[in-house]
Design a protein around this ligand. Structure first.
Ligand SMILES: Nc1nc2c(ncn2[C@@H]2O[C@H](COP(=O)(O)OP(=O)(O)OP(=O)(O)O)[C@@H](O)[C@H]2O)c(=O)[nH]1
Ligand SMILES: [Mg+2]
Length: 453
């Protein structure tokens, strides 16, 4: 297992380019975003090429509103293909060849040649063969992606209390009776699925069992899988970056220790691989270590980090960062925030203020308020979401640590109660362990179809 931070260090921290950059030194710390721009310009010039990258410069302690920036230049966009795949914009063979569409009338050929008559519908056998091949390739790519997602979810999620509960229930010759329904109910409740979601699932299964819909336990397992999927499917809405928003601002919130900063690092890596330009804002100014943690992430990823040090006003950090990202045409700005302040009320009003201040520059910002929830928290996650939602209007969730001691059920409770999209799940500490939420892969891992067979 390669922890995320190590992975990033290996990926970008130790390369020859990064080492060369280590020699760059900036002048005095810039006092404003504009100065910072100028400083970055100096750094670039220092490297001797427009494609150079500058590193954040340390030092200048106590510089107050000093903004430490490093510029990252990402010339290549490589994200087009996955985005198209995820967004379903691939032309289907039918659309590619306009099957079924009326063709415009063809003017009569004044001197018709003795060419072979076209196949039915105006398509030659070669056209049809090509369409078939394209269809097969698309299907194979889809299946490979599905298999890859299943594999990623399988091991971590199978360790959860819910998966283990289901496994022990259905692998010991279970009988189709009320007792089995009781045991399913207990397994769901103890795994944090919550009373409301559990009642819905079990009542539905009972009705169908009484209607003799299930010939055997395998049929009931299939129905249970269907119930679980039905609860999660409505919240499986991946995060889509609005290309009109520049930058697209992601405000990351959540109580302390849930994995906000780690998630920002993983997200930064993901967006970078898509060839997007990024900036991070160190909005957790409550702890000195938090600013430093984000700065390290930024350095390792070669992403500029806007910070003002400990105890600075986080709304001011966010404001500066958005201004700077806007002036540079950066595509995505991700802001970190504190998970804990002296009082909970203080934290909530701080988040509200960050929102308002961002809205002064771009009325639609933040475009995504991403709340990070620790999957091991249990039902308390619902209270957290209720509070944060009130203060900052959450638009998407990340549920982390599903690989650890998570019971596995909290996603159902969250989906049932809030219907807020679950964008990502954390399945481990490595960079690639932040996965887009995939309810089918999740349910497959919790309750494999083969289990009741
Ligand atoms: N196993 C596992 N650990 C994770 C995951 N996501 C985050 N962590 C760990 O959770 C711990 C806390 O992560 P942080 O990113 O510092 O959490 P935070 O929300 O920023 O915390 P504060 O800054 O204190 O508010 C770290 O040790 C991370 O490695 C995950 O999906 N799985
Ligand atoms: Mg943090």
């Amino acid at each position: 297992m390669q922890p995320v931070e190590q992975g990033l260090a290996d990926a970008v921290g130790g390369g020859p380019q990064a080492r060369a950059l280590g020699h760059l030194q900036a002048g005095p710390a810039p006092a404003s975003a504009d100065d910072a721009d100028a400083a970055c310009g100096r750094l670039r010039t220092g490297r001797g090429g427009p494609a150079g990258r500058a590193r954040v410069h340390r030092g200048a302690p106590g510089a107050g509103a000093t903004i430490r920036l490093l510029s990252a230049i990402r010339p290549v966009r490589v994200g087009a293909a996955p985005a198209a795949a995820a967004g379903g914009t691939h032309p289907t063979p039918a659309s590619m060849f306009n099957f079924g569409k009326k063709k415009p009338p063809v003017p009569p050929d004044p001197a018709p040649k003795a060419a072979p008559a076209p196949a039915r519908g105006g398509f030659s056998p070669e056209d049809l063969a090509r369409a078939f091949d394209a269809h097969q390739e698309e299907k194979a790519a889809r299946e490979a992606a599905r298999a890859e997602a299943r594999a990623a979810y399988a091991e971590p999620v199978a360790k959860s209390a819910l998966a283990r509960g289901f496994a022990s229930l259905f692998t010991r010759n279970a009988k189709l009776d009320e007792n089995l329904l009781d045991e399913i109910e207990t397994a769901l409740i103890t795994a944090d699925v919550g009373v409301a979601a559990t009642t819905r699932i079990v009542d539905d299964l009972r009705t169908r069992m009484e209607a003799r819909e299930f010939p055997d336990v395998a049929a009931l397992v299939r129905a249970l899988r269907g119930e679980l999927l039905a609860l999660l499917a409505p919240v499986a809405k991946p995060l889509r970056i609005d290309e009109e928003a520049r930058p697209f601002v992601v405000l990351t919130i959540g109580v302390n220790g849930v994995g906000k900063t780690t998630t920002i690092g993983k997200l930064a890596h993901r967006f970078q691989r898509e060839g997007r330009s990024l900036m991070l804002a160190a909005g957790d100014t409550f702890r000195a270590a938090a600013v430093e943690q984000l700065r390290v992430w930024g350095e390792r990823n070669d992403v500029p980090v806007v910070a003002q040090g400990q105890d600075a006003d986080p709304a001011s950090v966010a404001f500066d960062a958005l201004q700077s990202a806007k002036s540079r045409g950066t595509e995505i700005l991700i802001a970190d925030t504190a998970g804990r302040l002296h009082t909970q009320a203080g934290l909530m009003s701080e988040l509200g203020k960050i929102r308002r201040v961002l809205g002064k520059i771009d009325p639609r910002a933040p475009h995504e308020v991403l709340m990070v929830i620790d999957g091991t928290t249990g039902q308390n996650a619902l209270n957290q979401l209720r509070q944060f939602n009130q203060a900052a209007k959450v638009t998407g969730l990340v549920v982390t640590k599903l690989d650890g001691t998570a019971k596995g059920g909290v996603l159902f409770a969250l989906a049932r109660e809030f219907a807020i999209p679950i964008r990502f799940v954390g399945l481990g500490e490595r960079i690639e362990d932040l996965r887009e939420f995939d309810p089918e892969a999740f349910v497959d891992a919790l309750l494999p179809e083969s289990i009741g067979a």
